[in-house]
Design a protein around this ligand. Structure first.
Ligand code: G3H
Ligand code: 13P
Ligand code: ZN
Length: 320
């Protein structure tokens, strides 16, 4: 058993309390490799933003959980080397079993998500409560989820949204003891969140209704990439094929960040930025074969994206 405290990481408790009262949201960026982690830490140090590093089950399979944990531990030192010790949370994204959450906590994660949203309500409550009981013994914070996002979450996919029912949130939070709640209000995972011709619109009215039931309680938004058209255009220009990719308008996320939404999950936008930069190098310099020559520009574009998010969308800049 390794405590996250020995690694220099923090849980979400204090950070969320500050974000809710300060009217901003923390960035929750997924990472699977060195360049993504470097970009996240550089961007968050330069903007003086606290950050949540997210590891999905897919990331654990791809990169190895031991390596990812040591990388997060290294990130704490790296931030100091860069000149500013920002608070760093290491979070399990979409944990689907008690055993997985327990294993991550024993590995040094400071926060876990138990995603019981695909189960019937009573089962979701029971599973989430069990994780909370274990996590809180170790001062690890827990995110639960109510409502189902459309799209793909790891191996689970749903055709349509099941919006969070505001009348359930109070009971769920009380019975489970969770520290934060992910809700479904029209965001979805991936780069194809809306169909062409559809108005990209999340249900801020449901968010307001939820906030009325659990005032000041930390709310989380998944599936919050904006799918910037400039990245999609670059990808298509340099040989990619991504038609009709549409995300959540930034101004809607900005509005959400001012409310009790205190954690906003962004993964796909980073994937798009990296892919655009790599494709550009491959198209313009076909003889290049040093990975640093295409992963370097990918890292640079990613860093710019994250700085933009922290400053212009989440409002987390200068909150560290
Ligand atoms: O919610 C999904 C995240 O974007 C992680 O995606 O499971 O492909 O690593 P992944
Ligand atoms: P996006 O696919 O919109 O980036 O969402 C990521 C996410 O919710 C990770 O849990
Ligand atoms: Zn998610």
């Amino acid at each position: 058993m390794v405590s996250y405290k020995e690694l220099g990481l923090v849980n979400t408790k204090e950070l969320f309390a500050q974000a809710v009262s300060g009217g901003y949201a923390l960035p929750a960026y997924n990472f699977n490799n060195l360049e993504q982690l470097q970009a996240i830490i550089q961007a968050c140090v330069e903007t003086k933003s606290p950050v949540i590093l997210q590891v999905s089950s897919g990331a654990r399979k791809y990169a190895n959980q031991t390596l990812l944990r040591y990388m997060a531990q290294g990130a704490v030192q790296y931030a100091k080397e860069l000149g500013y010790a920002i608070p760093i949370v290491l979070h399990l994204d979409h944990g689907d079993t008690y055993e997985l959450c327990q294993s991550c906590i024993e590995y040094g994660f400071s926060s876990v998500m138990i995603d019981g949203s695909h189960h019937p309500y009573a089962e979701n409550v029971a599973l989430t409560k069990k994780v909370v009981e274990y996590a809180h013994q170790h001062d690890v914070t827990v995110e639960g989820e109510l409502g189902v996002l459309a799209g793909v979450e790891d191996e689970v996919s749903a055709e349509t949204h099941t919006y969070t029912r505001p009348e359930e949130v109070e009971d769920f939070v009380r019975k489970t003891g969770v520290d934060s709640l992910a809700i479904s209000i029209g965001t979805s995972h991936g780069a194809f969140k809306f169909k062409p011709g559809q108005k990209p619109q999340i249900r801020l009215d449901i968010l307001a209704e939820i906030e009325k039931r659990i005032p000041g309680f930390p709310i989380v938004l998944h599936g919050s990439s904006s799918v910037p058209p400039e990245y999609v255009d670059l990808i298509n220009k340099y040989g990619g094929k991504m038609e009709a990719a549409i995300g959540i308008p930034e101004e809607q996320l900005r509005a959400a960040a001012k409310s009790a939404v205190c954690k906003i999950n962004i993964d796909s936008d980073g994937r798009l930025a990296m892919t655009a930069a790599v494709r550009k190098v491959f198209a313009e310099k076909p003889a290049e074969f040093d990975p640093r020559k295409y992963l370097g520009p990918a890292r640079d574009l990613l860093k710019e994206l994250y700085k933009h998010k922290n400053i212009e969308v989440l409002g987390s800049a200068n909150k560290a």
